[in-house]
Design a protein around this ligand. Structure first.
Ligand code: SF4
Length: 283
């Protein structure tokens, strides 16, 4: 059985940077917390915990638990929260991905220039909540171009960094049918775009796709959805333990990709488990 692993599988630049910053802080210091999980991968969060880096869900919880240092995750924070934490006496380590910061700046600029800001993304996602806080009260979050509300005046768009380009193109087209002035910041992260493109190519040429990553990870879920549309035997798994011999029935070529928050060691475990299942199948 042939196994082909996507070159773009696994940690992106922003996640690598955040994890390195957290490991650096974890050396010998106490009272280190992230506000919300640093990245959307339960196995990595568990590993960070073993190094003394805990998760708190709110500023109140940070206080209650006696946190000293707060690491801000890649998705960023709602405007003003960081300053409030600093004033409350916490040492802040800002691991917000620089690409997310750029999107925050564009959202703020659009608001200040008087545009009605549209954010393409998932309102439940912390990155989008952060972007919305920069874009002002009138900002509207659109999950799918089909759910676009009625628009008027000057409209400005920013995008959750992990959205597919085709969703942005479709939103722009729909907006142009309604408004005369449209300003678009394409804030889709190039690492996401490359990963999706490579997964698409791979899913077309294999009998089975394995997408490794947290079920709570937006970009991994999106990868799995894309692959499932092209290769019906697509499995979204978090760990190698979820693989089974039945999955390999009639399969001669397997493709593997992984979300931006999936560590190399989890991908290697999946490759090892697939090889072992294939060996047993041959025996
Ligand atoms: S996917 Fe892109 S924007 Fe998100 S953390 Fe990674 S590098 Fe940053």
């Amino acid at each position: 059985m042939q196994i082909k692993v996507a070159r773009t599988a696994g940690f992106c630049f922003g996640v690598k940077r955040a994890i390195n910053m957290a490991y650096e802080m974890g050396r010998g210091q106490k009272g280190i917390y992230t506000i919300g999980p640093l990245i959307h991968n339960p196995q990595v969060i568990e590993e960070l915990r073993s190094r003394g880096i805990e998760v708190a869900s709110s500023p109140a919880e940070l206080k209650r638990k006696g946190a000293r240092t707060v690491i801000i995750r890649t998705h960023g924070l709602v405007l003003g929260t960081q300053e409030r934490l600093r004033r409350a006496g916490f040492n802040i380590v800002d691991a917000t991905c620089p690409f997310v910061k750029k999107a925050q700046q564009y959202a703020r600029a659009l608001k200040e220039e008087g545009y009605q800001v549209l954010i393409l993304g998932d309102i439940e996602h912390p990155e989008v909540q952060s972007l919305k806080s920069y874009a002002g009260r009138a900002a509207v979050v659109v999950k799918e171009p089909q759910s676009l509300p009625r628009l008027k005046g000057r409209v400005g768009i920013v995008v959750q960094t992990t959205q597919p380009l085709r969703a942005l193109k479709s939103l722009v087209q729909k907006c142009l049918e309604q408004v005369k002035e449209l300003k678009v910041y394409n804030t889709i992260c190039s690492s996401t775009a490359f990963r999706l493109r490579e997964a698409e190519e791979l899913a077309k040429e294999v009998d089975m796709m394995v997408v490794v990553g947290g079920r709570n990870s937006a970009n991994t879920t999106q990868l799995a959805r894309l692959c499932a549309g092209l290769c019906p035997a697509t499995y979204h798994i978090e760990t190698a333990q979820e693989l089974s011999p039945a999955m390999l029935e009639g399969v001669s070529k397997v493709g593997i990709t992984a979300g931006a928050s999936t560590p190399d060691w989890l991908i290697k475990e999946v490759i090892g488990a697939l090889k072992e299942l294939a060996r047993r199948k041959r025996a």
